[in-house]
Design a protein around this ligand. Structure first.
Ligand code: PLP
Length: 367
């Protein structure tokens, strides 16, 4: 969390303690804060305030939308990809199990790009589908051409849901231009607190509640609102909007610098996804030569103060590995490490990481 966001959250916790559903002054104060937060987010996305619903994060939002498409919007065929986040894939599995729906997986290439011709074919075969494709892959960063997918969805009368958890707060998103029916966000991806997020539901694609109970969130999502989380998320979102170009420039440069340094110091290194072109600027997924110590690598790096995500392709049925790298047919013997850059990272941290990784790349270090 950025210090300004933390201050906003602490102030809210201390001063705005009323229940936003209560009619007394403290309750009304909390309601005002929540609706102000909703306006900030709606304005930033060029959406209506009535199209933003607060949730506990991206997972809940994805669940609510996908179940809503089946229960209320009566869709029974989904088009998704093998590279989606578990918040989508496991929800689709549950829908197949408990509801009478079918799922078709669109083809993707070795860098994770969706085959638009195959998507068009699937939509032509299955009119009135729901397309669920993430805007940026959280493991490899590959970006979806959202406007092209939206155009196909309109042509074949499909609803378009995009898991935008990795992109909201990272790119300027205009819902009128992107033409999505549903999008989702998670505050901790843009320096907000964890456990709070929102969903965008286009006014023409409303569904009924996913969580039943009180009338909060205009009957869409029951439960007392997390006022401090919502207010802090709006602060983080607003800062991300205002600083977007500067942050993007800084992080993009860091990523390019990391790529150049890694290429010159680690022989045989490679990158998963489309690292040089259509890729989220905050993520770099490194493919290391076989001589690196696979599963131990994130632990070795952690011991030196470097926090990375690991995960190579699945080597056997027993080893779960990364479903994304497995789907991309990445060789399982090559360890993978995922770096996430933020505006708070520096070039000297990249240098430190490269030198720590180079030190692991010696026969002695791996004994
Ligand atoms: N979707 C994507 C693409 C993500 O990267 C994440 C979180 O890492 C989620 C969904 C889940 O979001 P949350 O942890 O807020 O439920």
């Amino acid at each position: 969390m950025l210090p300004e966001v933390l201050d906003t959250m602490l102030q809210s916790l201390q001063e705005v303690y009323g229940n936003p559903s209560s009619i007394h002054a403290q309750g009304r104060k909390a309601r005002v804060e929540i609706e102000r937060a909703r306006r900030i987010i709606a304005k930033g996305l060029n959406a209506q305030t009535s199209e933003i619903f607060f949730t506990s994060g991206g997972t809940e939002a994805n669940n609510a939308i996908l179940w809503g498409c089946v229960k209320d919007l009566k869709r029974s065929h989904f088009v998704s990809s093998a590279l989606e986040h578990p918040a989508v894939l496991a929800t689709l599995d549950a829908l197949v199990k408990y509801q009478d729906i079918r799922v078709s997986l669109v083809d993707t290439d070795s860098q994770g790009h969706v085959d638009l011709d195959h998507l068009a074919f699937l939509l032509q075969q299955n009119p009135q589908s729901v397309v669920s494709l993430m805007q940026a892959n959280n493991e490899i960063g590959t970006l979806l051409p959202v406007k092209d997918v939206a155009a196909l969805c309109r042509r074949y009368d499909a609803l378009f849901h995009s898991d935008t958890v990795q992109t909201i707060g990272k790119f300027k998103m205009d819902m009128q231009v992107l033409d999505l029916d549903f999008a989702v966000a998670s505050a901790h991806k843009f320096h907000g607190p964890k456990g709070i997020g929102f969903m965008y539901v286009k006014s023409t694609s409303y569904f009924r509640p996913f969580i039943h109970g009180g009338a909060q969130e205009r009957n869409m999502r029951a439960g007392t609102e997390n006022t401090a989380g919502i207010v802090a998320m709006a602060k983080a979102f607003d800062m991300a909007q205002k600083q977007m170009d500067l942050r993007q420039k800084h992080i993009q440069e860091l990523k390019q610098y990391a790529i150049a340094q890694l290429l010159s110091h680690i022989p045989g290194i490679g990158f998963h996804g489309d690292a040089h072109h259509h890729s989220l600027y905050t993520i770099l997924n490194i493919s290391l030569p076989e001589r690196f110590p696979g599963e131990m690598l994130p632990v070795l790096l952690d011991m030196q103060g470097v926090a990375v995500s690991g995960g190579s392709a699945c080597a056997s049925g027993a080893n779960k590995g990364s479903h994304v790298l497995t789907a991309l047919k990445s060789p399982p013997e090559r360890p993978a490490v995922r770096l996430s850059f933020s505006v708070l990272n520096t070039r000297s941290e990249v240098d430190q990481f490269v030198s720590i990784l180079s030190a692991v790349d010696t026969p002695d270090a791996n004994e």
